[in-house]
Design a protein. Structure first.
Length: 128
């Protein structure tokens, strides 16, 4: 029995496909750590953005309170989420305020002392 050229090519393709079975799963396993690192990096960027937004909101709230004749520092600290208050400082001079917040990090062994966000705000005085 003689096999045609087409039949030999089909048999060769079947054998090749049989040898590569499972290679996609192995490639996916190699890619999973990179996907995890990318997800952690994206989460850290979101934490940074949220911290910056919270610091800006706290600075505006403290400045608003100071413009009404109240104390800006406590108002600024109350305006922040409780998990950001520990690494935060608020300084006010008149109605101008500056809030500095330490950005939390995902991987605790890394230090985050140098990773801070500062925002300033000044509202006009409304006390007559």
């Amino acid at each position: 029995m003689r096999l045609g050229t087409l039949t030999i090519a089909v048999l060769a393709l079947r054998e090749r496909a049989r040898c590569q079975r499972g290679s996609a799963a192995v490639e996916l396993l190699g890619l999973i750590p990179l996907l995890g690192l990318a997800a952690l990096g994206a989460w850290q960027l979101l934490l940074y953005a949220f911290t910056a937004t919270s610091a800006e909101n706290a600075a505006r709230t403290g400045s608003r309170e100071a413009s009404r004749g109240g104390a800006g520092e406590p108002a600024a600290r109350r305006a922040m989420p409780s998990w950001l208050r520990d690494g935060a400082t608020a300084e006010f001079s008149g109605t101008r305020g500056k809030v500095t917040v330490q950005v939390p990090i995902i991987f605790p062994p890394l230090r985050s002392e140098g990773l801070t966000v500062s925002r300033e705000a000044e509202l006009p005085s409304t006390v007559f």
